[in-house]
Design a protein around this ligand. Sequence first.
Ligand code: SF4
Length: 244
Amino acid sequence: MLENSYIVWEGASLLDSSPIFLVLTGFVFPSSNRKTGRFMLQSWILQQKFVPTFAAKEGRDFGVCGNCPLKMSNINSCYVNLLPVNNIYRKYAAGTYPKFGANEIAILERYRYLIRIGSYGDPTAVPFEVWEPLILASNKWTGYTHQWSHTKTDPRWKKYLMASVQTQAEARVAQNQGWRTFRIIAPEAPLNENEILCRHTEDDRVRCDECRLCDGNSSKPNIADRIHGLNWKVSNFIKYVNQQ
Ligand code: SF4
């Protein structure tokens, strides 16, 4: 019987060797995420030993977030609400998730579920060889990494992920290295000439599951999106970009 969620992988983070895991959710119950859309599998990369809110507050999240500037122990403007993510952790800790295997890959391939690569946690913390069969079976995805400048990041990720950047200078560096970029910008900031605004921000009837512009290297334009979320997170972000 098809389950809603599966544990795909457990092992040592490629970012710091701490024990982490990868869970996929949404095979049965559609996602309630208004931006990504109902029919997109979500993927969660979490520390094995820490509840996500604790890991974020205490800066014990390097194994899944690396040096992301947005995380709580840095500028604290990450848009992910960690309370529901705690529930995923608790179900994992209780051993309730079945293992993802060949049958589930076949289902992914047959029904072409879309995947959001890294709903929380950086995809590059998990070996590329774990992800690629899922991506190829799905054939439709979106994904982002803040680890694009990390020397250990597997360059094959350029094919599938957007480089998450915060400034024009970072965007130029990433693009020169062969990444397409996804740049978070302050609410009134202008776009670069080689960027377009996220389609959902332009028109909130558009969802990632139809748009899929954020799917790595190609001739598609780079994307920028206005920071959104709680006012204090937006304000933390604006302070940060103004200092760059
Ligand atoms: S540009 Fe498209 S795929 Fe990228 S975040 Fe916006 S709606 Fe989603």
